[in-house]
Design a protein around this ligand. Structure first.
Ligand code: MTE
Ligand code: MO
Length: 315
């Protein structure tokens, strides 16, 4: 996206957030009227109440809601950036259960409502960096993954957490192809200490509302110091395991995508540099790329997790 599209210039970029949310409420009212008039009901997000987290990166301008929800990677709905927004509506996100299994004292199929019941939702504004070289600043709504992990009581033998996305060809047109792009279901994993880190969250919303399907509704991982592909969407299974689990991108191209996927400007992707990034929404041909920061700017909080590891080897 080298040329600034007119849709990049949105009220959300030029009005304070409260005014923006009020405008959305007015629009929601208008949708109600449309319903009363017998028009089809647009599928819409629900408001979430969340407390502001001190772990937010608050110094940077938020990426617009429009960009966050229309420039996506969600290969189950196609490989181009616009496909998920156009196609992900078919995913049925309610009812939703997450299977928790493996080396854990309380394995079960947990209904999403039960996962969320005891949780205090937080707004976490995070810098996000995709391995492709673009970045965004996203106001997520979620809660620490550690909260859920503690509740299900992993055994001492559990060293990693493995995640799986729903695999429903009927609802996911990008998976129903002759030559699969990825080996479905999409899978990811974290080392236990990464999963327990306070910055690692399960996100259920953004911009104060439930997640749009294209962003991984109803529940997805967000790990802000790692490349975006670790942020697995629409999770249906969380397994506690002893050995390092397989990950979707590592299986697809092991030389290009490692298990760790820590944002590292010094380790280039085999086909391009990782030294800089383009902030989505900062359009125009002549806008300078930003330098990419080690651990995406979260080094103070997370670098000690990797003390003594050769991060060129464990990329
Ligand atoms: N199930 C699933 N999860 C996924 C992906 C995907 O294709 N399928 N893409 C990943 C990649 S490469 C990125 S950059 C982020 C993008 O998240 P966003 O669209 O909410 O910004 O989702 C990640 N999670
Ligand atoms: Mo990505």
């Amino acid at each position: 996206m080298l040329i600034r599209r007119p849709s990049d210039i949105l009220p959300s970029e030029i009005t304070p957030r409260d005014a923006y949310l009020n405008r959305r409420r007015l629009l929601a009212g208008a949708a109600g009227l449309a319903l009363a008039a017998g028009l089809p009901k647009p599928s819409r997000a629900a408001a979430l109440s969340a407390v502001k987290s001190p772990l937010s990166a608050t110094d940077e301008k938020l990426t617009s809601r429009e960009d966050i929800t229309t420039y996506n990677n969600y290969y189950e709905f196609g490989t181009d950036k616009a496909s998920p927004a156009a196609k992900a509506k078919t995913l049925k996100t309610s009812p939703w259960t997450v299977k928790v299994d493996g080396l854990v004292a309380k394995p079960a199929d947990y209904a999403l409502e039960d996962i969320l019941k005891p949780v205090t939702l937080e707004e976490r504004i995070y810098r996000m960096r995709c391995v492709e070289g673009w970045s965004m600043v996203i106001p997520w709504v979620g809660f620490p993954l550690a909260d859920l992990i503690k509740r299900v009581e992993p055994l001492g033998s559990a060293k990693y957490v493995a995640f799986e996305t729903a695999f429903r060809p009927d609802e996911m047109p990008g998976t129903d192809t002759i030559f699969p792009v990825l080996d479905w279901p999409y899978v990811e994993g974290l080392r236990m200490d990464e999963a327990m880190h306070p910055l690692t969250i399960l996100a259920v919303g953004l911009y104060g509302e439930t997640l749009p399907n294209q962003n991984g509704a109803p529940i997805r991982i967000v790990v802000p110091w790692k490349y975006g592909f670790k942020g697995i969407k629409s999770i249906t299974r969380i397994s506690f395991v002893e050995k390092q689990p397989e990950t979707a991108w590592n299986k697809q191209a092991p030389d290009e995508y490692g298990f760790y996927a820590n944002v590292n400007p010094k380790v280039d992707h085999p086909r391009w540099s990782q030294a800089t990034e383009r902030r989505i929404g900062e359009g125009g041909l002549f806008v300078k790329r930003r330098p990419t920061l080690p651990f995406n700017g979260y080094a103070d909080q997370v670098a000690q997790l990797y003390a003594g590891m050769d991060l060129k080897k464990f990329y």
